[in-house]
Design a protein around this ligand. Structure first.
Ligand SMILES: Cc1cc2nc3c(=O)[nH]c(=O)nc-3n(C[C@H](O)[C@H](O)[C@H](O)COP(=O)(O)OP(=O)(O)OC[C@H]3O[C@@H](n4cnc5c(N)ncnc54)[C@H](O)[C@@H]3O)c2cc1C
Length: 388
């Protein structure tokens, strides 16, 4: 029988407890806000990702005092990146900058759990197996929500409801968040976890119209993936996932193709989603992470941008004005649009190898600009506030 639990009030309800939502909950709770963080999924689970954090994300973890925890969970340090364009190999050593001398690619059950624990430590209430089913409005302002946890239904009120609930965001749908920019291209990918490969850093490889990569992650595994444009997906998939995975790796990373296809535990398939930017806030609501902004995973930048926007949103909430929320949206859009557009250009998969190299140089310039902007905007690590 359904139990109906009476209303509690929160400064912020955050829907979705992964990299965007848990980071935002932690930052708001550290600012002293009363936060409820919910997720319909079980705690400590994996989700679709090839895990590669870029410099901006590692800087955020460092600022938040969580980088050592990530490293101490056995997440291998990445000190170089290599790109293969057809037959040409380019290897770049990671430059030490802004307190970051290594990158990391933690499994999501590692990263998201660390963020959720940090949110809890800061004083946020955390409920898994809890779904948002309805938003409550007073006039056009979101003022609360109906949540379902098992057979219990609870209604809460909140000054702000934050949708950190991913690409299929219920919050975005329920508030009617407008899509302000839509991209044209998407890639599909196949990936699996492969044991026994040497840590040679992030490895990306390309041939005409397709990409592949090997990313060192936890438990002695590499996440080994291949990407193809979605309009080729049906044709390529007719051979079956295992053989497509093997054939594509043989084309781009022959040195690991047989080992990867023989030992990958299970091949995960992502069908592709076109990138978008949605309106980031409205009366009583805001979006963060994939809920408000998604780009093709080929540039491996979703987690980095989710962390960036968690910080921007937390700062806006601390100011507590509509103007500050408007600034959140403007800054997010200014930093995101160049990334979204270059990612879409790369996801078109219509380049020659020299063209792709130029696109990667432009991507690198845009990422460096983002890191510089974030380093200027964000103060050095704030001491975590320990919950009473
Ligand atoms: C194949 C693939 C590879 C990728 N590789 C990389 C990479 O290498 N590097 C990188 O930086 N990014 C990568 N990304 C992108 C990255 O995974 C996303 O940007 C990131 O997961 C976004 O995090 P999020 O917290 O916004 O959303 P999500 O991780 O999608 O989390 C949303 C959460 O909301 C919960 N939720 C949804 N609806 C409700 C509801 N109604 N009630 C309660 N809870 C709800 C879900 O259970 C989920 O846990 C990749 C993405 C894909 C698909």
């Amino acid at each position: 029988m359904n139990k109906y639990i009476e209303t509690s009030h929160y400064d912020a309800l955050i829907v979705g407890a992964r990299c965007a939502g848990a980071a935002t909950a932690m930052l708001l709770a550290r600012q002293g806000a009363r936060v409820l963080l919910i997720d319909r999924a079980m705690a400590g689970t994996d989700t679709m990702s090839t895990h590669a954090l870029m410099r901006g994300a590692v800087m955020s973890l460092h600022r938040w005092g969580l980088l050592d925890t990530v490293a101490n969970c056995g997440t291998p340090a990445i000190r170089q990146t290599s790109f293969r364009y057809g037959n040409e190999d380019i290897t770049l050593a990671l430059k030490s900058r802004d307190g970051v001398d290594a990158l990391y690619a933690p499994r999501r059950y590692v990263l998201d759990s660390i963020l959720v624990e940090a949110a809890r430590d800061a004083g946020a209430e955390v409920m898994h197996f809890t779904s948002l089913t309805e938003l409550k409005f007073t006039g056009d302002r979101v003022t609360g929500a109906v949540l379902v946890h098992g057979s219990d239904t609870m209604e809460i009120t909140a000054d702000l409801v934050i949708g950190a609930d991913g690409t299929g965001s219920s919050v975005a749908r329920m508030v009617g968040a407008e899509t302000t920019h839509s991209m044209k291209h998407a890639t599909a990918s196949l990936y699996g976890y492969v044991p026994g490969l040497d840590n040679e850093g992030y490895r990306w490889a390309y041939t005409l119209g397709a990409g592949a990569g090997a990313i060192p992650t936890n438990d002695g595994m590499h996440c080994v993936f291949t990407s193809i444009p979605t309009d080729m997906r049906k044709r390529v998939m007719t051979g079956g996932v295992q053989s497509v995975y093997r054939v594509m790796l043989r084309m781009m990373m022959p040195e690991i193709a047989d080992a990867a296809s023989a030992t990958a535990d299970k091949i995960v398939r992502f069908g592709g989603i076109r990138g978008y930017l949605r309106k980031a806030h409205g009366p009583g609501w805001a979006l963060v992470g994939d809920a408000g902004y998604f780009k093709d995973p080929l540039t491996a930048h979703g987690i980095t941008d989710a962390f960036r926007d968690a910080e921007l949103l937390a700062r806006a909430v601390a100011h507590g004005t509509e103007g500050a929320m408007q600034v959140y949206e403007v800054v997010r859009d200014e930093l995101s649009l160049p990334l979204l557009r270059i990612t879409d250009r790369i996801a078109a998969c219509d380049w020659t190898m020299p063209e792709l190299q130029s696109l990667h140089k432009e991507l690198n310039r845009i990422m460096n600009h983002e890191v510089t902007e974030m380093a200027e905007m964000m103060p050095a690590a704030a001491a975590p506030r320990v919950a009473a």
